[in-house]
Each structure stands twice: as C-alpha cells, then as structure tokens.
Design a protein around this ligand. Structure first.
Ligand code: PMP
Ligand code: GLU
Length: 403
C-alpha cells in the first residue's frame, strides 16, 4: 500500500513553482485572517464588483434554464459576440468556428500551448513576463526561451533581439500588450518590426491582449494581427472578461485562432473540461454586447490611481519605473536599495524585499524575480485610493528605515 510520503508526483508538476502572484495574495490573506490590517497590492484583479446588468444576465440565464452543458468551444452566442466585438474594434473578421472559449484566459493560454507544442520546441518569452507563461510552456514539455528587455527601452522586445534568438526549434513567440507586469504597450511601429521577423521565420505568435481596454491618456491599443494581413494565419489572440469587466471569478477567457488551431483546442477541451460555465458565458455575452459605459467608469478610476501611483514613485528617492501605458501595474526598480538592512534583515533580492515589506509594514507586493526580472517589485493599483495612500506611506517608511 502506498503511503502519502511515497507518492511521487509527475516530473512536470514537480518542475513548476506555484504561481507567485497567487502565493503572495494567499500570504496577505493569511495575515489579514490574524486580524492584521494589510495593504494589499499583490493580486492583479479589479476591486470593483461585476456591473449589475452583467449579473442580471446570469440570473436570467439560470431562470431560462441555460444550466446545461454548452458546446466544448463555448456557446454560439458568446463566440459570435466575441468575433463581432473583435471585428468592430480591430476590423478583422473571425468566423465563430475560430473562437474557443475557456475557463479564463489562463486556461486559454494553457490550451493554445498544449495544442501547439511538443517536447523540444522552443517558445520565446520576453521578460519581464507574466508569472504563468514559463510554467505553462514547461507543462507542455517545450522549453521557454526567456529574452531580456531593458527598462530604458520600456521593456519592449526589439526585432533584432528576437531574430538573434530564433533557431530551427523555435515555434512560438508570446507577447503581452499592455504588459503584466510592466504596464508597457507596443505601438504599431514596434509591432510591425516584430511582425517582419515573425513572418520571415514563419513563427506562430500568441498575443495576450487581456488588458486591451485598459489603456491611458489617449494611447491607442493595436492588436498584433492587424499590422499585417499575413499575421492572421500565424497568430492566436488571447483575451477575456476578467479585467475589463471586473469578472475574475466568472472564469471566461478565449482565443481567436486559425481554424486548424481552434479545432485542435476545441478537441482538447472536449476531453479535458468541456465548455466553461453556461451561466458565466451568458453573463459574458451581456458584458460584450451591452453598453460599455461600465468599462469607461472603471477605467476612469484606474486612471486616477495610476496618476497617484506615478506621483508617489517619482517622489520617493532612488525608485524608478517606466511609463505605464496600460493595465493596472507599476513595476518599480528597487535595486538601489539592495545591500541595505531593513529592521535588521539584509535585503539583496526582490523576494526578501517583498517578504520584509509584508512583515514589517504589512504591504503586499510581488517580487520581480517571479516575472523573470530581479531588482523590481510589482504593485497592482487595482485597489482603493485609501489603501494606495496608506500603502505608499508605509512603503516610504520602509525605504527610509534602510541602513
Ligand atoms: N494574462 C495576463 C497577462 C493576466 O494578467 C491574467 C490575469 N490573471 C491572465 C492572462 C489570466 O486571466 P483570467 O484567467 O482571469 O482570464
Ligand atoms: N493576473 C493576475 C495577476 O497577475 C491574477 C493572478 C493570476 O492569475 O496569477 O496578479
């Protein structure tokens, strides 16, 4: 009989780390449960509740008996709404059969990678990258190839850096714009530069555009396949309702993909999870097809917080960050504080920095090392002004205590 201690988990599961964003949020929640007041900037999720009309659509769906399995790739209504929304915003027409709806964009990313990658394939990921990218690639047996970008270049991947990393095993490039964790966004010219290399080497591109509706001060978001018509056959666009509509708990994300890839993903999903929640899908139809005022209202709040955060960072000695074009993160360079001691603990890396900041000032952030960029911390400003003010006061007090 096997005992718990003799059970060996698969090598793939053993090889990945738990998600650092979720681990830091859990630590913050545990501390809160002890009665402590915690200033939580760890998790990237809107603090707003889902708008009423979207919740009402879910209730209506339940009353109408939309409580059964849906097609594995999602309901006809939602796939049509997604493709219409993309056509209206970006001008490219995807057939509903090219849309696959999954249990959140994280699941979509997993499904795309599992559909495309074999062991030995290489997937290029520019760093800083969102925590789950490398782990999701590793789970397929493929190899993540991490390419560093520079803060002074706004953390954007240069075409020449991409070109130099390509070899016969390179299969996919992963992009995230606006970026989690940096907030940087590629403009049309930057995307065109990357597109040339992608087309020259016949790469596939997974472009994670989940923050597309959250961009600031008149900046224009450009979706990757729109910069060259040939990209449509080589690109998988990933998106979802979590961020723009404050629907993180509903778990709906999707991929727009070339027909053959969408078919593969749908087949995989039919064996793996079936279609996502019928009720959450009905709510997502309402999110996409009714008035977008709620998105504008939330964006206005995020914009105020972004300005506040930018002002605070600029006023704290020796902290730097880049322009925050979109999303709701600041990626702060804290490396000039390394080598100093905080409350008796020497800090030489971002993980120790974050853990000490949490322990000494109850401010929860996420270490840059989890995003493939040592020397930084990520704060999510998707939280109230009160918490931002008090949290930044505490961060400042922590930094002042450096010896
Ligand atoms: N991509 C990025 C860049 C994200 O920040 C997130 C947030 N969790 C996701 C994908 C996944 O979103 P979800 O699974 O909630 O749709
Ligand atoms: N995307 C969010 C973040 O980066 C949510 C947490 C997660 O899914 O990892 O914090």
């Amino acid at each position: 009989m096997s005992t718990a201690s003799s059970i060996e988990l698969s090598q793939r599961v053993q090889s990945i780390q738990p998600s650092a964003t979720i681990a830091m949020a859990t630590k913050a929640k545990e501390l809160k449960a002890t009665g402590a007041k915690v200033y939580d900037f760890s998790l990237g999720e809107p603090d707003f509740t889902t708008p009423d009309h979207i919740c009402a659509a879910a209730t209506q769906a339940m009353k109408e008996g939309k409580t059964h399995y849906t097609p594995a790739a999602g309901t006809v209504e939602l796939r049509a709404a997604i493709s219409e929304d993309y056509q209206k915003t970006h001008g490219i027409s995807y057939a509903p059969s090219q849309v696959v709806v999954s249990n959140g964009a994280k699941h979509s990313l997993h499904n795309v990678l599992a559909t495309l990658c074999n062991p030995g394939d290489e997937v290029i990921i520019p760093a800083p990258y969102w925590v789950s990218y490398a782990a999701l690639v590793e789970l397929t047996g493929a190899t993540p190839v991490i390419l560093e970008t520079k803060q002074e270049e706004n953390f954007l991947l240069k075409p020449e850096t991409l070109e130099a990393a390509i070899n016969e095993r390179t299969k996919v490039l992963m992009l995230c714009s606006p970026s989690n964790p940096t907030g940087s966004m590629y403009d049309e010219a930057a995307l065109k530069g990357l597109a040339e290399v992608v087309l020259k080497h016949s790469l596939l591109v997974i472009t994670d555009e989940i923050y597309e509706k959250l961009v600031y001060e008149g900046r224009k978001f450009v979706s990757f396949p729109t910069v060259d018509p040939q990209l449509v056959d080589r690109t998988i666009v990933v998106n979802g309702v979590s961020k723009a509509y404050a629907m993180t708990g509903w778990r709906i994300g999707w991929a727009l993909a070339p027909e053959a890839i969408a078919k593969g993903m749908s087949k995989l999903q039919s064996q793996q999870t079936s279609g996502p929640s019928s009720i959450a899908q009905a709510a997502s139809v309402a999110a996409l097809t009714s008035s977008q005022d709620c998105v504008e209202e939330m964006l206005e709040q995020f914009a105020k917080r972004r300005s506040y955060v930018q002002g605070r960072i600029a006023n704290i000695p020796r902290l730097t960050n880049t322009d925050m074009d979109g999303a709701f993160y600041a990626f702060i360079n804290i490396s000039s504080y390394f080598g100093k001691s905080f409350g008796g603990t020497q800090v030489d890396d971002s993980e120790t920095f974050c853990l000490q900041l949490l322990e000494q000032q109850q401010v929860a952030t996420v270490m840059g090392s989890a995003f493939g960029a040592e020397g930084y911390v990520r704060i999510s400003y998707a939280t109230s002004m009160d918490i931002l003010e008090a949290g930044f006061d505490r961060l400042e007090a922590f930094l002042k205590s450096a010896q």
